[in-house]
Every structure is written in structure tokens, then in C-alpha cells.
Design a protein. Structure first.
Length: 214
């Protein structure tokens, strides 16, 4: 396996929440040995209160923590919409617990004692997943910024264009001249950086834009 350093994860952050000091230190040392930045926490409360940099990240979480279960922490993370991939580890896991964690979106589930390579594999996969999510999120944010730059009329025209109407039909719908529709359509294409009608449709779909939905 290629280590996370072979990808763009050298600027990534791995969070480790484990109340056993020796296990926490061992996991931290393993991850640091391949060049990953690591922040460790003895409790879920400490982790949930920390400031998180905007970089690809994942969480290694012990299922059984003092005061709060890892599954409860998973629920809080899901509710906060952090979207952080979670790799669970436990010495007490059972099938039901594993199924519950995976159904709730856990990226992986490792039983202690686990092989170092299994942990590295799980972290690499989790960081790759988070990088993909962040890239997608940035892309949608950029599209939204472009869309916000459109005038209200340009948005109306764009909505009709992506729904398949011709300029003449749009002109009739909006009580405009066809040449005016062409101008608004051209401006919308330019501001959305759309190379073609198909490209504009794809971008509109990513934003959920259409008649009466813009």
C-alpha cells in the first residue's frame, strides 16, 4: 500500500479520541511515522470543543469511552454536519455494534489489537474520502457564487433554458423580445462559465435550479 504521504494528505489532520493513554500514544506514533499531523484527545468532549482547520481530516474513535460512547459521538458529528469520516476501534466490539456504526456512516471498524497496516489503510481511505467531499463542496460553493452574480432576470432565463425551452418560448413566457432573451442567456452562460448548453445544464442540476426552484 502507498502511505498517505504519497497522496495530497501531507497537509491532512487525523484526530484520535481514545481514553487509554498507551493506545492513544501508540496510534499517534504510528500515524506520525508516515508524516501525518495528529491531534489526540482523552475524551469526546475535548475533541468536540477543538478548532478544526479546513483540511482533509478523519477521526479515529474508540467505541467505548468514559462518560460517552463512540456511537453517541458519531451521532453528534452527524448532527453537526461536519461530514468527518470515522474509523472506529474497539476491544469490545460485536456484530450488532459494528453494523450500527457502519449504517450510521462509519468509514471503517477495527478490532483491537489491529495490524498497523490495517490502520494506515483505513486512515488513507478516510482521508481520500474527505478530500473528495471537500473538493465537491468547494465546487458547489463556486457554482453558487457564480449563480448569485446573475441578475434576477438572468436567473429566470437560465431556469427556462435548462428546462429545455427555446429562446422564442422563453420570450413568450417572460413577455420579452427574443433578442432580449438571447442577451440574458448569453450573460448567464458567461457568468456561469458554461462552455455549452450541456455544461450549463450540469451546473444547474448541481445547484438544484429549474423553473420555480431558483
Amino acid at each position: 500500500m502507498s502511505t498517505p504521504l504519497d497522496k495530497s494528505a501531507s497537509n491532512a489532520m487525523v484526530y484520535v479520541v481514545e481514553d487509554d493513554d498507551s493506545m492513544r500514544d501508540a496510534v499517534s506514533m504510528l500515524l506520525r511515522s508516515v508524516g501525518l499531523a495528529v491531534q489526540t484527545f482523552a475524551s469526546a468532549q475535548e475533541f468536540l470543543a477543538c478548532e478544526m482547520p479546513d483540511v482533509p481530516s478523519c477521526l479515529i474513535l474508540d467505541v467505548r469511552l468514559k462518560g460517552q460512547s463512540g456511537l453517541a459521538v458519531q451521532e453528534q458529528i452527524a448532527a453537526s454536519e461536519l461530514g468527518l469520516p470515522i474509523v472506529f476501534m474497539t476491544a469490545h466490539g460485536d456484530i450488532a455494534m459494528t453494523v450500527k456504526a457502519m449504517k450510521a456512516g462509519a468509514q471503517d471498524f477495527l478490532a483491537k489489537p489491529f495490524r498497523d497496516q490495517d490502520m494506515l489503510d483505513a486512515v488513507e481511505n478516510a482521508l481520500a474520502l474527505d478530500e473528495k467531499r471537500r473538493t465537491s463542496s468547494r465546487s458547489v460553493a463556486d457554482l453558487r457564487a457564480c449563480y448569485e452574480s446573475l441578475t434576477p432576470r438572468e436567473r429566470e432565463v437560465m431556469a427556462f433554458v435548462v428546462s429545455g425551452l427555446m429562446n422564442k418560448q422563453i420570450a413568450s413566457e417572460l413577455d420579452l423580445s427574443e433578442i432580449t432573451v438571447k442577451i440574458h442567456r448569453g450573460q448567464a452562460m458567461k457568468k456561469m462559465h458554461a462552455r455549452s448548453l450541456a455544461d450549463l445544464v450540469r451546473k444547474a442540476e448541481a445547484l438544484g435550479i429549474g423553473p420555480n426552484r431558483n
